[in-house]
Design a protein around this ligand. Structure first.
Ligand SMILES: [Zn+2]
Length: 97
């Protein structure tokens, strides 16, 4: 049985594709069926995606911002975690303690 807690604990492992196939399947099953985890995964992915695209050198603006890389270092994992923690704290009560 996959619980919301497991989803949160192993999300990174899952995104890295390092879960066993059987576990991976249960994971995706739970996320598809659980709106709470669905939102969690979604916002996590968006956060990671934002971090990536913000420093994509292939963007249109790349030619006019050659020094952008030294202004903003890559999004550190700690920051992603902090954002997610803040989101969790901000979420309304009653979402299962
Ligand atoms: Zn869940």
């Amino acid at each position: 049985m996959t619980t919301c807690r497991e989803i949160h604990d192993f999300l990174m492992t899952w995104l890295d594709g390092e879960l066993e196939p059987a576990v991976n399947e249960r994971f995706e099953h739970h996320i598809a069926a659980c709106s709470c985890c669905n939102n969690y995964v979604d916002s996590y992915r968006k956060t990671v995606e934002l971090g990536r695209t913000a420093f994509d050198p292939c963007g249109d603006a790349a030619s006019e911002s050659t020094d952008a890389a030294e202004v903003h270092p890559p999004l550190p994992d700690e920051l992603v975690q902090a954002v997610l923690a803040a989101r969790r704290k901000a979420s309304p009560p009653g979402d299962g303690a």
